[in-house]
Design a protein. Structure first.
Length: 219
């Protein structure tokens, strides 16, 4: 069974917690920006393995989320979005493999032109830095967003809906395991460790420049 949420939600100083998350993510982003494609792909391969190996743990955590949602009167459509099945977890792992197979985008020249003075100018893909992704009840988004940011050399702070907190935490454990196996900083993929809704407002504030891009995902 997952750790009691009370132990995680009892943060007396949420602004300090969120600022610390952003600081750690910023440091991780600097490492990721310089990480070779092979190292990132090793992490992605390890993440895929971890998701498949920990399917039972993820399903158990999800069952707790679903039971709580049913107890609070959630709609059947909401329950469907929240629910994970073995097939959905396999699909999640397959998605990680698909991302791993994408050519590394960093350093790719998307456009090039020459000035009249002979100078050549190129538009080159580079990481954005620290991305915050805010999403709702679909726990698979934690994996999708985490691996896409990893592949593109960006650190990410994930904030899922409070209803999917246990599921996201179990999935995040797999993401961290993959980072660890590839010797990449664990803060490269961070999950906000509280269900306090005030955390969303702090993320949207940008945390004093600690976040470069915010991606809100509905549904």
């Amino acid at each position: 069974m997952s750790a009691p949420l009370k132990a995680i939600d009892g943060n007396a100083d949420l602004p300090a917690l969120m600022t610390d998350l952003a600081t750690r993510a910023r440091a991780a982003a600097r490492v990721l920006a310089l990480a070779p494609p092979e190292q990132k792909d090793r992490a992605l391969e390890a993440i895929e393995r971890a998701i498949r190996a920990n399917s039972a743990t993820i399903l158990a955590a999800n069952a707790e989320d679903v039971a709580e949602a049913r107890a609070t009167g959630a709609t059947s459509a909401f329950i469907d979005r929240l629910t994970l099945t073995p097939a959905r977890i396999n699909s999640m792992a397959d998605g990680v493999a698909t991302v791993r197979g994408i050519p590394d985008p960093i350093g790719a020249v998307t456009e090039s032109w020459q000035r009249p003075n002979g100078m050549t100018i190129e538009r080159v893909r580079v990481p954005l830095g620290v991305v915050a992704v805010i999403f709702e009840s679909r726990p698979n988004v934690a994996a999708d967003a985490g691996v896409l940011c990893l592949k593109s050399g960006n650190a990410v702070i994930l904030r899922g809906g409070s209803d999917s907190f246990r599921s996201c935490r179990a999935i995040h454990d797999c993401l961290v395991q993959g980072l660890r196996e590839a010797d990449l900083p664990e803060a490269a993929i961070t999950l906000v460790p509280t269900r306090d809704r005030a955390a969303v407002g702090l993320l949207l504030s940008g945390l004093n420049g600690g976040i470069d891009v915010i991606v809100p995902r509905g549904g």
